[in-house]
Write a protein that binds this ligand. Structure first.
Ligand code: ASP
Length: 615
């Protein structure tokens, strides 16, 4: 084999006159029928033009060249010369070409189902995932893999420089009720026993702190058997971290340093000090705990004014849960979004759609008022607001041409539905800036002071807002430990020592100070509905470890796939994973998941109840 001396992205005019060998894929073939063949040879590093000039070539070499097709794998030897046909400024090798003297076909391709050409229209994603090896040859995909590599390397370097140790943790783990549904793996050696794949290395990293590791990092795979969603993968990668003898401030400082280093290295962007925002403020102003602060359209609580209006359904909503404290999820509120210029841009059809949209989040509907050119209120509820018009104009800062959107409901429903609606309105109004990778702003935010618990609206049970190992904020510990498990109002008000990092409205990292005190941990398990026996069965290893000298510790995890998506400017998570799965968790290339034999199941003590549908 003609082993390469250079890559296809390496040769320049300074190499003219040298004899070189290149190996690669035929990116394009142009035969001129006059004994002249041009081939663009491609590898990960670039493209180099090859020239086969019939009059100077052995006949068999020319014959072979004549039969070459796109995506064949070839090796050539030849001499570098300045391009006879003029420079191609689009290629780094565009000044030169190789006049070929020897050609070896290393592998003839079958007829490819598509060509890895970024400039051509891409075939559908299913075909690309089925033949991922061809899709990954596209220069854009090669670029993404390089970006991902650079990101993991920058990450490892940063944490290494800060004294973190990378420690691998097991993939075959124990089934524990941590939040998401787990993937299970049956054991052959322990009849009836099952492993679970880890949702994250959470407990191992905490135990590493008990082990004296002090600072841990792992670029690790996590597995969550979640319902199909466009932007999720059942198997994804985290930058997972834990630190001992710290409180939330030290973790946040370390993470800010990481974010700053990453953005400098990856995008040459200087990230300014990141603003912190309390959960309550985020919910009040943006209706979501990961606010997109690149545009306004903020939410305003107008409950007090609504109380004095003539709008019956405002009053009905406000009457509910009126004895509950402010911000309690069940207390009635009326909230509004002022949409500058909405009167013209948001047609009746669009605002009718908003009504439907908020119903999807449990709200009764979305009332609309338009401020006309004379400053008068128009549409359905306008006349019932007449008595409080001046106050609304003042509080919301209304101008002619605005639209106001109102939701009256319980605090949680009104906040959530307006938070979602705000994002939709921003898209409809065209006020969402371009993504950072395309020159738009990078708006970071650190959100702190989350509630410890929220009620699952389907089961009515408490769930940990972050995860069950998150500590209450230091000043909340006693209130938490002393709260009765039936005291919903107090439990809901307990603030955790959790924190998230938000970028342009996406959560890119989440973490917390951990519980390192058995009494607090047991109380959390109790609230989550685990009996003492269940807690012992599932988590005795943790509770035991915490009882043998556990240092205060805290940590965080970044979603690595999401970080890469930001730098390459895609909103498709599958673009940044070499071998991704579809929304239902299928690997189209290997055809996993697939059936297994009765024999295999028997070895694992498993009986399948699946009955294949009759065709
Ligand atoms: N283990 C958490 C998660 O995967 C992150 C953390 O708390 O460090 O979301």
């Amino acid at each position: 084999m003609l082993i390469r001396t250079h890559t296809c992205g390496q040769l320049r005019d300074s190499d003219v006159g040298t004899t070189v060998r290149l190996n690669g894929w035929v990116n394009s073939y142009r035969g001129h029928g006059t004994g002249l063949v041009f081939i663009d040879l491609r590898d990960r590093y670039g493209i180099t033009q090859l020239v086969f000039a019939g009059e100077d070539l052995a006949k068999d070499v020319m014959d072979t060249a004549d039969h070459i097709r796109n995506e064949d794998v070839v090796a050539v030897e030849g001499t570098v010369r300045i391009r006879a046909g003029g420079e191609n400024p689009k290629l780094v090798t565009g000044k030169i070409e190789i006049v070929v003297s020897k050609l070896e076909v290393l592998n003839k391709t079958a007829n490819p189902p598509f060509l890895p050409d970024d400039l051509a229209k891409l075939p559908n994603e299913e075909l690309r995932l089925t033949h991922r090896y061809i899709d990954l040859r596209r220069p854009k995909m090669q670029q993404i893999m390089q970006t991902r590599h650079k990101l993991t390397k920058t990450t490892r370097d940063y944490f290494h420089d800060n004294g973190f140790l990378e420690v691998d943790t097991p993939i075959l783990y124990k089934s524990t009720p941590e939040g998401a549904r787990e993937f299970l793996v049956p054991s052959r050696n322990v009849a009836g026993g099952w492993y679970a794949l880890p949702q994250s290395p959470q407990l191992f990293k905490q135990i590493l702190m008990v082990s004296g590791c002090d600072r841990y990092i792992q670029i690790c795979r996590c597995f969550r058997d979640e319902d199909p969603r466009a932007d999720r993968q059942a198997e994804f990668t985290q930058v997972d971290l834990e630190m001992s003898f710290v409180r939330r401030e030290q973790v946040i400082d370390m993470m800010e340093g990481y974010v700053r280093t990453l953005w400098k290295q990856m995008a040459n962007v200087d990230v300014p000090p990141i603003q912190k925002m309390g959960y309550r403020e985020a919910m009040e102003r943006f209706g979501i705990d990961r606010p997109d602060t690149r545009y306004g359209l903020e939410i305003t609580d107008i409950s007090e004014i609504a109380e004095r209006s003539e709008v019956a359904f405002f009053k009905d909503a406000l009457a509910k849960g009126a004895d509950r404290p402010k911000f309690n999820s069940l207390r009635g509120v009326v909230k509004a979004i002022r949409v500058p210029g909405g009167a013209e841009k948001l047609s009746r059809k669009i605002t009718d759609g908003y009504n439907e949209f908020v119903r999807g989040f449990g709200a009764g509907g979305c009332a609309v008022v338009k401020v006309n050119a004379q400053g008068a209120f128009e549409t359905g509820i306008a006349k019932f607001l007449e008595s409080v018009k001046g106050e609304l104009v003042g509080t919301l800062g209304l101008q002619p041409g605005d639209t106001v959107l109102f939701v009256a409901d319980s605090y949680s429903v009104a906040t959530k539905s307006l938070g979602e609606l705000r994002q939709k309105v921003a898209r409809d109004m065209g006020v969402v800036p371009k993504p950072g990778a395309e020159g738009g702003p990078w708006n970071f935010l650190i959100v702190i002071d989350f509630p410890m618990f929220e009620k699952n609206k389907d089961t009515g049970k408490w769930v940990a807002m972050h995860h069950p190992f998150t500590a209450p904020r230091d000043d909340q510990r006693d209130a938490f430990v002393n709260a009765s498990v039936d005291d919903d109002v107090t439990i809901e008000s307990i603030v955790s020592a959790g924190y998230d990092i938000v970028l342009n409205g996406q959560e890119i990292a989440g973490g917390s100070v951990r519980i390192h005190d058995g009494a607090v941990q047991s109380k959390v398990f109790q609230l989550l509905g685990l009996t003492a026996e269940q807690a012992k069965e599932k988590f005795s290893f943790l509770l035991e470890a915490l009882s043998y000298g556990a240092p205060p510790h805290a940590g965080i995890a970044f979603g690595l796939d999401r970080l890469v998506m930001n730098f390459v400017g895609t909103d498709n998570i599958r673009d940044v994973i070499a071998f991704p799965k579809t929304q239902i968790g299928a690997d189209l290339m290997t055809k996993a998941p697939s059936m297994v034999t009765e024999e295999q199941l028997k070895d694992l003590y498993v009986k399948s109840t699946f009955v294949p549908p009759v065709k």
